[in-house]
Design a protein around this ligand. Structure first.
Ligand SMILES: Nc1ncnc2c1ncn2[C@@H]1O[C@H](COP(=O)(O)OP(=O)(O)OP(=O)(O)O)[C@@H](O)[C@H]1O
Length: 500
């Protein structure tokens, strides 16, 4: 976590090289950390008049007075601008310039808004109340059709799918993705449909919960309440408003470098964006979040835990039956096909594995952990991204070697999961001759090994089981084809599994 006087810079363009005279392309230039350094300094100077930054931080950005006092003391000691520090800190949570524009309007800081207005879609210019210029008026009629007003008569900003607002041409690290020929570019998309660029106020979409309430809910992050640990965070069971919840807290002891911190914060925001915009019976719902101290996300509690615990427990009390396994496969496929098709630009989960498939009390599956989710720029496209993410045994070659991201990446990962459900073996096992389960099955197919030899031995042999296992492995085989074009889409996968 940044110190009260934190100086780490998350954006690559946070000033260096950017000039205040060139007007950047709005769709590429949206984050606070992208504001050229000199302009950020001028903005900070305005915010320091009458300590306006303090009110802004407290009332609009959700910082506590203790945090702001800490910032003030620390900056005074180091001869730094507290307003600049505040902008940097808030910007590190990937807030956009438009969001800053809106919070400034709520504090009626119109002179500050004037300073950054050229980076903001003209429809928002009418928020500057004393502006009577053309763009402000032209914008107001349009905005009035979908905005209300708050108690201070400040227009509310329309709520839309935030995922569209994040530049689809950026990957989760904020670096540019190269779009493959044939795929629409982000700029073209935005130009064609300016509403896609609307600001979404996350805090009005998902309840914001204070860190203290979450600490209370988890008995002060008690070890006893730990449900599991992931790459960066720890998930706790908590009771919030008399309801069980799963609360993920980012573990900053593990996040040593500012780069890792940036990734983690970006992942938390991904979860906020994507889980919020995609609601389905087979996708874990997000109930709240907190950004007060450390980012925390609160989800529906899934009492059955993750699929890996049920599949790979050493001595399972009651192993999953074949029928339950099939239901889990069908439900997960349903959730994934929804993710791929509910928007005209598919969402890709990017980390499908048993650890991210959670079970409710009836062993119905819900997909969780949207930290690596991304959205393609158009239907039927693939894009080349700057970095590969995910869990190695579930990543197909075209993504690992050539960084080609498409929905077929999820199809592949799901195929590996089907193999695991059918065999009860892990995707990767150092002790096996064929360490990867795909190679293990390929050898078995080559050697005409009978399905009864491959199926999970923890279950009693039964005819139905043989059938279910055969189908799981057959579909798994199609999903893990080396050529992504040969893999079925998830709608096809779901239909096939449903028939079985
Ligand atoms: N909503 C939930 N209900 C119940 N248990 C959960 C819930 N979400 C997560 N868990 C538990 O917490 C564990 C850790 O989850 P988390 O998403 O942080 O990590 P992961 O997905 O296992 O690993 P990584 O993030 O490194 O990919 C899960 O394996 C699961 O056992």
């Amino acid at each position: 976590m940044a110190s009260p006087c934190g100086q780490q810079t998350m954006g690559e363009n946070s000033g260096a090289g950017a000039t205040s005279t060139s007007i950047p392309n709005l769709s590429n230039f949206v984050y606070i950390y992208d504001i050229p350094r000199m302009e950020k300094k001028r903005l900070a100077a305005l915010l320091e008049v009458n300590n306006k930054w303090y009110e802004l931080g407290e009332k609009q950005m959700g910082y506590s007075t203790a945090e702001l006092d800490g910032t003030q003391r620390c900056c005074a000691r180091n001869n730094r601008s507290p307003a600049e520090d505040l902008l940097e800190k808030w910007g590190n949570y990937n807030h956009t310039i438009t969001e800053l524009f809106v919070v400034l309007s709520r504090e009626r800081l119109y002179n500050c808004m004037e300073l950054i207005k050229r980076y903001v879609d003209p429809r928002y210019h009418m928020l500057i109340k004393h502006t009577t210029g053309g763009s402000g008026r032209a914008g107001s009629a349009e905005l009035a059709t979908f905005s209300g007003a708050d108690a201070n008569n400040n227009p509310k900003i329309p709520i839309k799918n935030r995922a569209h607002q994040a530049s689809p041409a950026k990957d989760k690290m904020g670096q540019k993705d190269k779009v493959l020929p044939g795929a629409a570019t982000a700029n073209a998309e935005n130009a064609a449909n300016p509403k896609e660029n609307d600001l979404i106020d996350l805090s009005s979409l998902i309840p914001k919960i204070s860190y203290e309430e979450l600490a209370d809910a988890t008995d002060n992050w008690s070890e006893r309440n730990i449900l599991g640990k992931g790459g960066f965070g720890t998930v706790y069971r908590g009771v919030f408003k008399h309801t069980f919840m799963a609360i993920k807290k980012i573990d900053y002891n593990k996040v040593k470098t500012s780069e890792a911190e940036r990734i983690q914060i970006q992942q938390s925001f991904n979860e906020l964006r994507y889980l919020n915009s995609c609601r389905h019976d087979n996708i874990v719902p997000l109930y709240g979040y907190s950004l007060d101290k450390e980012p925390c996300l609160m989800y529906q509690f899934m009492p059955g835990g993750s699929l890996d615990k049920s599949l790979f427990a050493r001595r399972p009390a009651s192993p999953l039956t074949w029928k339950e396994r099939m239901n889990i496969a069908v439900g997960t496929a349903k959730g994934l096909q929804y993710l791929h098709t509910f928007s005209d630009k598919p969402f890709i989960h990017g980390d499908i594995k048993p650890g991210n498939i959670l079970l409710n009390e009836f062993k119905q599956p819900r997909i969780g952990d949207f930290g690596l989710t991304r959205q393609l720029t158009s239907q039927d496209s693939a894009m080349v991204v700057s970095r590969v993410y995910g869990t190695r045994p579930y990543i197909p070659k075209e993504f690992y070697n050539r960084r080609e991201l498409s929905t077929k990446v999820d199809t592949y990962s799901f195929g590996v999961v089907l193999y695991e459900i059918g065999t009860g073996l892990r995707a990767w096992d150092e002790r096996r001759t064929d360490k990867h389960l795909k190679d293990y099955i390929a050898r078995a197919v080559h050697d005409y090994v009978h399905v009864s030899e491959l199926m999970d031995k923890t279950l009693p042999m039964e005819a139905d089981g043989l059938n279910y296992c055969y189908n799981l492995l057959k579909v798994g085989h199609q999903c893990t084809a080396d050529d992504p074009k040969q893999r079925p889409d998830m709608v096809g996968v779901m239909l096939q599994l449903n028939k079985a």
